[in-house]
Ligand binder design. Structure first.
Ligand code: MSP
Length: 639
């Protein structure tokens, strides 16, 4: 087949801080389906994934485990590669940021940016969030904490190298405004435009307080700060800058597929770095949503991490991939539950597709001696099925070009369901009783086999093992060609080999219980495992706090900060103003009337031009912060 051109797709490079879970799997499964789809449609595909191995967090975990950072990441990365092998992820290259090819190229990139005049040394003073490995400016903090994870930040003050991100502000804004497809979905694009308009600050790109990183080539005391190290993987893996041949063949990337929280790095910082290098920009950045559990993020400490290997072992790769691609809408968050997954597997896979294969194979064996007969008759129902069958592929193509995996599969399942209904309408068991209707019966069997042949091609990018199983049962051999999904009547005289059901029916109640038991066994309920706490304090330290009950009498949005709400709070005889960063979780009216615990003797401070006098206590419970409430009278002391 003549190539339609190149297609370069990437996933984020994952942090090997612990084993990957179903959330990471989700992104890689989407990239894999797209890579397979583009290969099948005739593109020269390059699919890159990998691991982001440097940084303080990895160094700290390794220290805790008593191994070197390299030993630690080697172990986790072996597990990541095993997972992708089990899932038959069809990547063309896997880059580790600790590989020599990456290290030396990142250093060359640093030098190039430096020669361009885009790097300078200065003094860094800012707030650093260790878990997120991010520096924040004072104005970005929410209630003095990291705006991403809500955890405590530390003042960092040190010599560092900076990248002149601010220099590229206007060009980045132009990029968003003139090229609406560069970043999708549009909601993310609007967010980013707002972010850039607030002004881009230069980016700190080196650290000298830890050493697990790539050395700054002009200053060995420094290591390159993770995002310059991480983002450049997309070009170092292709040989930039010293191997232009492969680089020029595949670059620019057609799409960087990334989770929503790292869209900012990919759509602002990464293009600016490329502008500095005079390298063309990627064509598109796509931000996908998260898979949530019980409304919140998966986390080890909550014991709610879903291990893809457990699901694959029980239900197979194809069932899991089908579920992930069919259930969730690209760009939006989705809730993962075992029940929804099992129902999808039962209804769509066992009932719809599995049954169609079993019924068709069984009937061709029974009525036609196992040989697919030719079709010599045609009525309206036959025509309708045929028209539908050959028309699915163009719809799937259109869906895939929008990364609408769920719609692509829904379109394919329209045919699966239509074919099942076709059996019921044609009632082959009645045709079989009447010798005079043998031709109609043959046509029915032929059309079903043809429909399955087309379905097997259509599902190939998402579930290639199932394609192979269907083809085996239908006696179909030869190369899988996309264009054959748009033609009817290619089968003639195939020998059908009826096999096992391709998707056995699941007993949902039983599975739910067993999955729950497995989860408990893998992550025993944390029984009295000490929490990781801040250093112990003296009673006198605690006694300095004056905690009081404050009743919110009014609430409104902060006029200058989207994340902040401004409250008027009654505490006994006094009414005062308190500002809190909960606008993303609560509407102002939801907060009015709440009686909450307030740190009442906290020094007042200005937040974006308004004074905040005191601080509410919130419990950081997953995605949504929960107010610490009480029914006691306003002004009462909390001790
Ligand atoms: N190392 C950086 C990426 C550097 S790319 C140059 C990183 N790594 S990560 O391991 O924390 O996350 C990798 C990807 O996994 C992100 O895109 C993130 O959104 C995705 N996911 C992690 N948990 C997820 C869910 N629960 N659901 C969906 N995707 C999520 O960030």
């Amino acid at each position: 087949m003549e190539s339609k051109g190149k297609y370069y797709i990437t996933t984020p490079i994952y942090y090997p801080s612990s084993n990957l879970h179903i959330g990471h799997t989700y992104c890689t499964v989407m990239a894999d389906a797209m890579a397979r789809f583009k290969r099948l449609s005739g593109y020269d595909v390059h699919f890159l994934t990998g691991t982001d191995e440097h940084g303080l967090k990895i160094q700290q975990i390794a220290e805790k485990e008593g191994v070197t950072p390299q030993e630690y990441v080697d172990r986790i990365v072996a597990g990541v590669k095993d997972l992708w092998k089990t899932m038959e992820i069809s990547y063309d290259d896997f880059i580790r940021t600790t590989e020599e090819r990456h290290v030396s190229r990142v250093q060359q990139i640093f030098n190039k940016m430096n020669e361009k005049g885009d790097i300078y040394k200065s003094e860094y003073e800012g707030w650093y969030c260790t878990p997120c490995e991010s520096f924040w400016t004072e104005s970005q903090l929410v209630d003095g904490c990291c705006p991403d994870c809500g955890r405590k930040v530390e003042k960092a003050h040190e010599e560092a190298y900076f990248f002149r991100l601010s220099k590229y502000q206007d060009r980045i804004l132009d990029l968003f405004e003139n090229n609406p497809d560069f970043l999708k979905p549009d909601t993310r694009r609007h967010e980013m435009i707002e972010f850039v308009k607030q002004g881009l600050e230069d980016l700190c790109i080196s650290r000298s307080t830890f050493d697990w990183g790539i050395q700054v080539p002009i200053d060995p005391k420094h290591v390159i700060y993770v995002w310059l190290d991480a983002l450049t993987n997309y070009i170092t893996a292709l040989g930039y800058p010293d191997d232009p041949e492969e680089f020029n063949h595949y670059w620019p990337a057609d799409v960087h597929l990334v989770g929503k929280e790292i869209v900012r790095f990919h759509s602002i910082i990464w293009p600016a770095m490329l502008m500095s290098l005079d390298v063309p920009l990627p064509k598109q950045v796509l931000g996908h949503g998260w898979l949530l559990i019980d409304g919140g993020k998966m986390s080890k400490s909550k014991g709610n991490v879903v291990d893809p290997v457990v699901l694959i072992n029980r239900y197979g790769i194809d069932a899991l991939k089908y579920f992930l691609l069919r259930e969730y809408t690209f760009g939006q968050d989705g809730v993962f539950t075992n029940e929804v997954m099992l129902k999808r597997m039962n209804f769509d896979l066992a009932n719809d597709l599995g049954n169609l294969v079993s019924r068709t194979a069984a009937m061709i064996e029974k009525y036609c001696g196992g040989i697919v007969p030719p079709a010599t008759t045609e009525d309206d129902i036959d025509r309708e099925l045929k028209t539908l069958a050959v028309g699915v592929a163009p719809k799937v193509e259109a869906d895939m070009n929008r990364f609408a995996f769920n719609n692509a599969l829904e379109n394919i399942w329209t045919l699966v369901r239509r074919a099942n209904k076709y059996i019921d309408e044609k009632t082959p068991w009645i045709l079989a009783k009447d010798e005079a209707r043998k031709a109609e019966l043959d046509t029915c069997m032929h059309n079903l086999a043809e429909s399955l042949r087309i379905i097997a091609i259509l599902i190939y990018p998402y579930m290639h093992t199932t394609t192979e199983k269907i083809n085996e049962q239908m006696g179909i051999t030869g190369e899988i060609l996309w264009e054959n999904a748009m033609t009817f009547d290619l089968l003639d005289g195939n020998r059908v080999n009826r096999g096992e059901p391709i998707f056995p029916r699941l007993d949902i109640e039983k599975e739910l219980k067993e999955l729950d038991d497995l989860r408990k066994a893998a992550a025993p309920e944390p029984e009295n495992i000490p929490l990781e706490l801040k250093p112990t304090i003296e009673f006198d330290d605690f006694a300095k706090l004056d905690l009081r009950v404050g009743e919110i009498i009014s609430a409104e949005k902060h006029p200058k900060a989207d994340k902040l709400l401004v409250f008027q709070v009654k505490m006994g005889t006094e009414t005062r103003q308190i500002i809190s960063g909960v606008a993303k979780d609560y509407k102002p009216e939801e907060m009015v009337g709440k009686k909450m615990v307030v740190v009442a003797n906290l020094k007042p401070r200005m937040l974006r031009g308004l004074e905040s006098h005191g601080m509410f206590l919130f419990a950081q419970d997953g995605e949504r912060t929960q107010p610490v409430e009480t029914t006691a009278a306003s002004g009462s002391a909390v001790e």
